[in-house]
Design a protein around this ligand. Sequence first.
Ligand code: DC
Length: 225
Amino acid sequence: MPVNIAMDGPVGAGKSTIADRVAEKLGILHLDTGAMYRAVGVAALRRGLDPADEEKVVSMCRSIRMDVNFEPGKGQRTLVDGEDLTDELRTEKASMAASKVATYPGVREEMVRSQQRLATEHDMLVDGRDIGTRVLPDATVKIYLTASAEVRARRRYLQLLEKGQQADYETVLKDLIARDDQDMHRAADPLRQAEDAVVVDTSDLTFDESVEAILKLVRESQGGK
Ligand code: DC
């Protein structure tokens, strides 16, 4: 049986970077499932589809081939019909499209199926919103990574400033609360903590402390090995 670690949590809790480091330390792959929803969004936009057109987006999603490859040093590459879309997935447009297409049960069905297949083939840390509750209900360890909305907004705000972008803390906080609300209240597989998940609140933890806290949970689940 492969080792599967499920990591869920709201936007801005540091999931992606923390998951990267934890997976590296454990010598396993990190599957970023958000990238898969982003790739569906970008593929739809490239085909001139309106992400709000559920019927067309779901039908496209059933007809494309999505590949997730793991390249040493480059991490996860997400391909649609053989084309590597990875470098286009982090734009604001891709985020908006992803959050729309991720509400469609038809899209989620396709994504969940490929995520489950990948997880049976490899030892993996899988991060997303519905991993512990839906994708990997039998995961070896389930982690719900969170932080207060204020701390998450502050981190995001500082990130934007670092990138030289204009930012207003109050707006960042308001947007973050709105995205939390959308993720937690959508009908299909909303973000929620699995009953058997352990909460790791990173509000008062540094990056290294967060990584260590998770590694400790993984070690404990393996009987302290
Ligand atoms: O984690 P992220 O920001 O890259 O995710 C992009 C979008 O996909 C976001 O709106 C939440 C959604 N998502 C989801 O619904 N289920 C997942 N397992 C992962 C992401």
